[in-house]
Design a protein around this ligand. Structure first.
Ligand code: ZN
Length: 86
């Protein structure tokens, strides 16, 4: 029988769907009986999703910022070239 502390140890693997069928089943059976672990898994799942959303958003922002810099740089170079032809 799976104990709460066993479940806490494999909770992130359960969320990532990296457990074997037997282990997954025993987690599900424990969750049916234990509301503490149900809310624990729920919180963990929510914070994992939040972290993933946050990190991908951060990547996008960084990517956009770099594109903006590239565009600004090439515009500056062109303007400088037009104003000061040598
Ligand atoms: Zn439990």
């Amino acid at each position: 029988m799976l104990m709460c502390r066993d479940l806490a140890r494999i909770a992130s693997d359960y969320i990532d769907d990296e457990l074997g069928t037997a282990q997954k089943l025993s987690v599900k059976m424990h969750l049916m009986m234990c509301r503490y672990c149900r809310s624990f898994i729920g919180n963990l799942r929510a914070s994992t999703a939040l972290m993933q959303a946050h990190s991908s958003q951060k990547l996008d922002e960084e990517f956009l910022r770099r594109i903006e810099e590239r565009v600004a740089d090439s515009l500056n170079a062109r303007n400088t070239g037009n104003r000061n032809p040598e």
